[in-house]
Design a protein around this ligand. Structure first.
Ligand SMILES: [Zn+2]
Ligand SMILES: [Zn+2]
Length: 273
């Protein structure tokens, strides 16, 4: 199982980091988790084109995690064989978001349908809204849905992907909680979006201070990894953006609470488990 951090950024634009998005590949499944800013640039750099995706999983509907879902939908439609569906799994209201995206794409769809005689179908986006405890199959993988705590944003979910005897949990955004602990228990790898609360607290901007109460810190993600007994902790969605030369500092904060392998880095950082 191969895990690639496609985008390690956050809502704040960063020329070096795309928005939050992670790719999970096994021998029989290719799964995109969240669709942040620039996702298709990074997906292509990882050697994957939209028609190769078996599913898109959405952890929650914050804009930084879905801003380029429209690009995935449009490009999948243009590049996929006739009528191939794009399967999207996400929390309640995902269908509403996809409906809105489709409405925004109406002029484009009409232009292309009018122009290309061989294009006779519209995007077939098949949305499944999921809840904690649900399981479903994507390619050869089994996906399990778990609860996360990103309140006041709710509902939000995490996904565990099991395939070929390996497993990874994509934690999305949120603070540690029992649902996440349960989902992570015994997993090989755990991918968590994180903030550095020590650095955020230095910025006297209320809107930034507001994020402290609904994101895991680096230390908290390490504590979750230890409680769950995972082997590999993967950190992403760095707030504030991890600057060149800061990797050891971020890693040390996690290592103080977790003795396994810690993975972090730039976009396209990949780990094989
Ligand atoms: Zn969020
Ligand atoms: Zn986020």
């Amino acid at each position: 199982m191969k895990i690639t951090l496609l985008g390690t950024g956050s809502p704040i634009p960063d020329p070096r980091r795309a928005g939050p998005s992670t790719l999970v590949r096994t021998d029989g499944a290719c799964i995109l988790v969240d669709c942040g800013r620039g996702v298709l640039l990074r997906l292509t750099a990882a050697g994957v084109l939209p028609p190769m995706l078996h599913a898109v999983l959405v952890t929650h509907l914050h804009s930084d995690h879905i801003t380029d879902l429209n690009d995935v939908i449009t490009t999948h439609w243009i590049m996929a064989p006739q009528g191939a569906p794009l399967r999207v799994y996400g929390p309640p209201r995902t269908q509403e978001v996809v409906n809105g995206i489709m409405a925004s794409l109406a002029p484009d769809l009409q232009y292309r349908l009018d122009h290309h005689a061989d294009l006779t179908w519209t995007p077939d986006v098949q949305v499944t809204e999921v809840a904690p405890g649900d399981t479903f199959t994507v390619g050869s993988a089994t996906v399990t849905v778990g609860a996360t705590d990103h309140r006041p944003v709710e509902p939000t979910v995490a996904f565990r992907v099991d395939d070929g005897g390996k497993s990874v949990v994509l934690g999305g955004d949120g603070v540690p909680c029992a649902g996440l602990d349960t989902l992570c228990a015994g997993a090989d790898a755990y991918v968590q979006t994180v903030i550095r609360d020590d650095l955020v607290k230095l910025v006297p901007v209320q809107r930034l201070q507001d994020i402290l109460d609904y994101h895991s810190t680096v230390e908290q993600s390490a504590e979750t990894a230890t409680r769950a007994g995972v082997s590999t902790l993967v950190l992403t969605h760095y707030v504030p953006s991890m600057q060149p030369g800061q990797e050891d500092e971020w890693r040390a904060r996690a290592a103080a609470h977790f003795s396994g392998t810690i993975v972090l880095g730039d976009d396209l950082t990949t780990v094989d488990i």
